[in-house]
Design a protein around this ligand. Structure first.
Ligand code: HEM
Ligand SMILES: *[C@@H]1O[C@H](CO)[C@@H](O)[C@H](O)[C@H]1NC(C)=O
Ligand SMILES: *[C@@H]1O[C@H](CO)[C@@H](O)[C@H](O)[C@H]1NC(C)=O
Ligand SMILES: *[C@@H]1O[C@H](CO)[C@@H](O)[C@H](O)[C@H]1NC(C)=O
Ligand SMILES: *[C@@H]1O[C@H](CO)[C@@H](O)[C@H](O)[C@H]1NC(C)=O
Length: 342
């Protein structure tokens, strides 16, 4: 396992060929946005993500997930990264995020290094998008150029995160509807769900489908028996909900194993298995990606770019610290000064 990972870390940057499929420039975001203002920005991000993944392979998946949870809630504006304040409940403690999202400190590490090199230039929102791409590349997935130039929000909304982010219980119909609200197609939905090719999920997210699917008192019937027994051992009915298992059979390698698993009824989350088992249209796409890794990679890149284009339309700023809006940071620093003098 560790041999495989170091192989991927070493060679994926060499194998990486620029994906030159042109995308329609609907926004002011652009490729190479920092090439003059901070030429090392992209290589700094790649370096920090590579080191984080060498320390802990799962951190790649955790960082990649941040793009989804940021971009779906009022656009890709790093609202996700703001800590709660006395007057604002942020997104970190929303239903989908609490005890689940992780590796915020890896983003902090990227930001600190960027602030040393080019203070006040690179947004936290762009860091998330670069880091997500790098995590995929360094896990053996496709490579693409990201569009940059996002601004960071001044605020965040726990309520919006609660309202928008899907539950692991979600079915294909509700996922199709949710994604269509962001102009993401059925192919985008299935391809982006393929991000579950890497990373882990908690027992908390699957016990209902192991023991009481839709309140039936029975397990989800769309589950291979041997796989279910394995999950029953990992996640006993009243066991520790924080225990985790791989989202597919090869959770540190970005590949199309996730889709092969779904076809064999070995999906981890209900929201994964439903794409194959409950809907003919998404099921066709799952089948195609299970047979054709290149088709999956191309569709995944397209989905990530589209998701990265989501914007709030509100004006923002370049945060100095990804956890705090600049005005708040100034107040905090003043308070610290006063306290340390008095
Ligand atoms: C289609 C709707 C989706 C649902 C319902 C969903 C739900 C989940 C759930 C429940 C987990 C496990 C969380 C836990 O148990 O703590 C998870 C993990 C993950 N999700 Fe999703 N997800 C969806 C789409 C996406 C998308 C679009 C991406 C990124 C492009 C993504 C990336 C990830 C990654 C990488 C992990 C593993 C994170 C880690 O190991 O820390 N997911 N997701
Ligand atoms: C899918 O989920 C939605 C929302 O929870 C629910 O209203 C609907 O009945 C479900 N559809 C199917 C086919 O199970
Ligand atoms: C989806 O597309 C429609 C029509 O082009 C556009 O008006 C709308 O703003 C788009 N929605 C999002 C979330 O991008
Ligand atoms: C299963 O779920 C239903 C409905 O949510 C609930 O009424 C029932 O008590 C649950 N059964 C068990 C064994 O937890
Ligand atoms: C998981 O751990 C957190 C923090 O230690 C705890 O607050 C939470 O209740 C646990 N969640 C579950 C589902 O056991």
């Amino acid at each position: 396992m560790s041999h495989l990972l170091s192989f991927l870390l070493l060679f994926s940057s060499l194998l990486c060929v620029t994906n030159s499929r042109a995308s329609i420039a609907a926004t002011q975001l652009q490729k190479g946005y920092y090439s003059k203002s901070c030429p090392k920005a992209e290589s700094i991000v790649r370096g920090v993500i590579g080191r984080a993944m060498a320390r802990e392979p799962r951190s790649g998946a955790s960082v990649m997930r941040l793009q989804f949870h940021d971009c779906f809630v009022n656009g890709c504006d790093a609202s996700l990264l703001l800590d709660d304040t006395p007057t604002m409940l942020g997104e970190k403690l929303s239903l989908s995020n609490i005890n689940s999202l992780r590796s915020y400190e890896v983003i902090d590490e990227v930001k600190e290094e960027l602030e040393r090199q080019c203070p006040g230039v690179v947004s936290c929102a762009d860091i998330i998008v670069m880091a997500a791409r790098d995590a995929v590349v360094l896990s053996g997935g496709p490579c693409w150029e990201v569009k940059l130039g996002r601004e960071d929000s001044l605020t965040a909304s726990q309520e919006d995160s609660n309202r928008i982010m899907p539950s692991p219980r979600a079915n294909a119909t509700s996922l199709i509807k949710l994604f269509s609200q962001f102009n993401l197609t059925i192919t985008d939905l299935v391809a982006l769900s393929g991000s579950h090719s890497i990373g882990q999920g908690r027992c908390f997210s699957i016990v209902f489908r192991l023991y009481n699917q839709s309140g039936t008192g029975r397990p989800d019937p769309n589950m291979d028996a041997a796989f279910r027994e394995k999950l029953n051992r990992l996640c006993p009915m009243s066991g520790d909900g924080n225990v985790t298992g791989g989202l597919d059979a090869t959770p540190v390698v970005f590949d199309n194993q996730y889709f092969k698993d779904l076809v064999r009824l070995r999906g981890f989350l209900n929201s994964d298995q439903t794409l194959y088992s409950d809907n003919a249209e998404t099921g066709e796409v799952v089948k195609r990606f299970s047979l054709d890794p290149d088709a999956f990679f191309m569709a995944f890149v397209e989905g990530m770019v589209k998701m990265g284009d989501l914007q709030s339309g509100r004006r923002g700023e370049i945060r100095r610290n990804c956890r705090v809006a600049n005005d708040q940071l100034k107040e905090d620093l003043q308070l610290i000064r006063v306290l340390s003098q008095g």
